[in-house]
Structures are given as C-alpha cells and as structure tokens.
Design a protein around this ligand. Structure first.
Ligand SMILES: Cc1cc2nc3c(=O)[nH]c(=O)nc-3n(C[C@H](O)[C@H](O)[C@H](O)COP(=O)(O)OP(=O)(O)OC[C@H]3O[C@@H](n4cnc5c(N)ncnc54)[C@H](O)[C@@H]3O)c2cc1C
Length: 407
C-alpha cells in the first residue's frame, strides 16, 4: 500500500483494489511457486488471465466492443501500477508491452476492418504483436529520421524492404506494425507510414532473437528482422499514408506513461520486500529496520516514488484532456526509469545476499528494468528535447538577460 493517498476517482480506486486483491491472492502466489529462473508457462498465463477476468480487471484500457472494459486512461493508471508489482501482472491483465501499445495504436489509427481482425484476438491473448521501428546502423535508432526501411506502392500492394532489430515479441508475434519510408522526397517525419504485416507473409525473415539482458520469469524475445520484398495489400496501411510518425507520437505518449506506472508498482513492491527483510534480519544487536542509514535509504526512495507517481498522474491528466504533453511525458520517462533502477538496486542492497538470489524477485526486476533507460527513447534523447525547449526563445526572457553583469 503506497504511503501517500492519491485523489483518484471512485472508479479508479475500485479497479485498483480489485487489482491488488488479484495480485495478492493469485499472481504473487504463482510467482512464488515458480522455480528460481523458471519462466511462466502458457497455461500458467491462461490461468492468470482467467483470474483477471474473474476479478473484473482484464484489459481495462481497451474498448468493450472488442473485449476490453472500456475504462478511461486515467482510471486505468492505478491498475497499471498495481499490475507492475509482479512481472507476471501486466501479461495477466493484458496491460503488457508491447501488445498494450500496439492495441492502442490499432485502436486509434485502424480502420474498422483492421480493428475487427486484430483487436479481439490480441485482447483475448490468442494473438501477439510487435512494433518494428528500430534499425541497426546505419538505420534509425535514437534518431528515427535515419530510418532506411522503405515501402513502395506497386499496383494495389505495398512492397516493404528493410532491416530491423529490437522488435520485441518478434518471435511470438502474429502481426508486425512496421514503420517504413513511403515518400523519399519528404522529411522522414512527414514521409513515413506504418503497415500491418502478418507474421506468415513471404519475405519476412526472423534472423535471430537478440540475446538481451532480460528477466527470466517471462519468455520475451527481441527479434532481428529482415523485410525482403514483403508484399501487403494496400488495406494493410495503418492510418493515413505518410502519417506514421504522428501516429507513433500518439502511441508513445500514453505508452510511456503506462510504463512509468508499471515501474512505480515494481518500485513499491521492491521497497515492501526490503522492509520485510529488514524487519526480520538482525545485525550488530538490532534489526536492520532500526539502522538509521538503511531507514533513510528507504525513505529517500519513497520520496522519489511519490515524485514519479505525482508527475505521471499530472502528465496523464494533460494527455487525457488532449493538451500538449510532450515535455511532461519526457520528464516522467526519465524520472521513472532512474527511480526504479535506483530503488531496486537499494532494495537488493538492503536484502544482502538474499537480494541477489532468485529466491526473491528483485534480480528479475533488475534485469527487466534496465532497458527502460534506453527503450522508448534513451534518457539523453529525452533530455535533448527538454533542453531544446528550455533554451528556446520562449523560455529565455529579455528580463533575465538584463540581469547579467556587463564586462
Ligand atoms: C529491451 C529492448 C526492447 C526494445 N523494443 C523495441 C521494440 O519493440 N520496437 C522497436 O522499434 N525498438 C525497440 N527497442 C529499441 C529502442 O527503442 C532503441 O534501442 C532506442 O531507441 C535507442 O536506439 P539505439 O539502440 O539505436 O541507440 P543509438 O541511437 O545507437 O544510441 C546509443 C546511445 O547514445 C546516446 N545518445 C543518443 N542520442 C544522443 C544525443 N543526442 N545526445 C547524447 N547522447 C545520445 C544514448 O545514451 C543512447 O542509448 C528496444 C530496445 C531494448 C533495449
């Protein structure tokens, strides 16, 4: 239970309570039953998803006509956080990346036919999806303008050629959302489009699963993929032609905030585990929980967690109200990634050797969180956006220039 109470709606509180019950009564016991290093099985995941339905918190963020619950983004936030208390929570509730962001992208940009085809099986958990944008050098990475993958129109088909990697879920996906250049004369931000490419399409080659630092409790893959004359019908264009980056931005804002909330949940659980350990373990004549040096570490992380939660709620309010939120979202993304890394590291430290054993979930947390300072835009890329804004004419006032000493 978080130290600070937040002014959520009654609905959000109810959803959060149900999620916490599900996590405490079903998800955490299953997590504990797994052997150290063992990944959850497909049948284990199915059991968790049935339980999430029974508790009334399955896929809250998606519209009910496709199988979700139709809850608002803001009311779903606390659910994301509660689910984040275990790495098994997000897939259990079907609020897991990248499917959650992909479903949202299809929801906001897809035609009715695309939504009918892909959303029900994705929501149900029968289908998986991947977002294929990042490319190895010399293609697009931190600087997505460097994108090299192309899609050319040929009659009523698009022909995609390119080389991607870090396509999460690549080996499991039934459908790939592929970003490609469709107008080579335009600036890439105005000349790229997203395509829905079914996994079985000729020319789509899964080169390998990139061996990555990753938690062991989930069987996640990050694929290197080649698209070699991959042909899809024109109706597989997702959203308008050349609007790929606009759609990606609409996806990334909320998707980054849902990540932030899941990592707040992870931090909350890491602190709870550390406190429990410290209360039960003595050294030098008293419980670790009585050592001021350690108590302050925990207090510092509670402080950081509260700051991150508050920032994330503020950014979510702006996104929900349709306000420009690029900078607040960038700030949340950096803050949450740093905060969870520091918090889990401190929790491990406070638990001593037990912290580094796979008897506790902290090692899995540690392995699972590191990507967040790189994926969805590295810290430096978000700092670049914030700095650009901070140094813009709008924020450097004439009045302040007058305060400078003259030499
Ligand atoms: C686990 C994981 C999952 C991922 N999943 C997906 C996915 O599903 N789909 C997808 O398309 N991509 C995915 N990615 C890719 C991710 O979005 C990219 O790794 C990220 O955008 C950085 O691109 P890059 O790896 O090419 O780094 P590079 O562009 O090579 O940059 C390397 C480093 O340089 C620094 N840097 C970059 N620009 C600047 C600057 N202006 N100033 C100072 N420093 C800078 C940053 O520290 C950065 O980490 C995933 C990555 C990981 C690790």
């Amino acid at each position: 239970m978080s130290l600070v109470d937040y002014p959520e709606s009654d609905r959000a509180r109810e959803l959060a309570k149900r999620t916490r019950d599900l996590m405490d009564e079903v998800v955490l016991p299953l997590e504990r039953d797994l052997d150290p290093g063992e990944a959850v099985s497909e049948s284990g995941l199915r059991t968790l998803r049935e339980a999430a339905r029974d508790y009334g918190v399955y896929c809250p963020q998606m519209p009910d006509e496709y199988g979700g619950m139709g809850e608002s983004f803001r009311d779903s936030l606390a659910v994301f956080e509660e689910a984040g208390r275990s790495l098994l929570g997000p897939p259990a509730l079907r609020v897991d990346a990248p499917d959650e962001g992909n479903m949202h992208t299809i929801e906001i940009a897809g035609t009715e036919e695309q939504k009918q085809r892909w959303l029900p099986p994705l929501i149900e958990g029968e289908a998986r999806s991947a977002f294929s944008m990042t490319e190895p050098a010399p293609g697009g990475g931190s600087d997505p303008k460097m994108i090299k993958t192309t899609a050319e129109k040929d009659g009523d088909e698009w022909v995609i050629n390119g080389h991607k990697w870090w396509t999460s879920n690549g080996h499991e996906a039934d459908v790939f959302l592929v970003m490609a250049r469709t107008d080579l004369d335009a600036h890439p931000y105005e000349g790229c489009s997203i395509f829905l490419v079914p996994a079985e399409t000729d020319g789509l080659e899964l080169v390998r699963d990139v061996p990555a630092m990753e938690s062991s409790i989930l069987d996640l893959s990050h694929a290197e993929v080649r698209y070699d004359n991959v042909r899809v019908p024109e109706e597989n264009l997702l959203g308008a032609e050349n609007e790929g980056f606009t759609i990606a931005q609409q996806r990334l804002g909320p998707a980054r905030l849902t990540h932030c909330m899941r990592f707040c949940g992870m931090s909350d659980r890491a602190l709870a585990i550390a406190r429990a350990y410290m209360q039960n373990r003595e050294a030098f004549g008293s419980a670790l929980a009585d050592k001021q040096a350690l108590r302050h570490k925990i207090a510092e992380q509670e402080l950081a967690l509260h700051g991150t939660r508050t920032m994330t709620r503020d950014a979510a309010r702006r996104v929900s109200n349709g306000h420009e939120a690029r900078i607040p979202v960038a700030m949340c993304k950096i803050r949450a990634a740093r905060m969870v890394q520091e918090t889990v590291d401190i929790a491990i430290q406070c638990c001593g050797g037990a912290g580094l054993s796979r008897d506790l979930p902290l090692v899995d947390f540690y392995e699972g969180l590191r990507f967040f300072r790189i994926g969805d835009g590295a810290d430096e890329v978000h700092l670049r956006s914030i700095a650009r804004e901070a140094f813009s004419d709008e924020h450097v006032a004439e009045e302040d220039l007058k305060n400078l000493p003259e030499f």
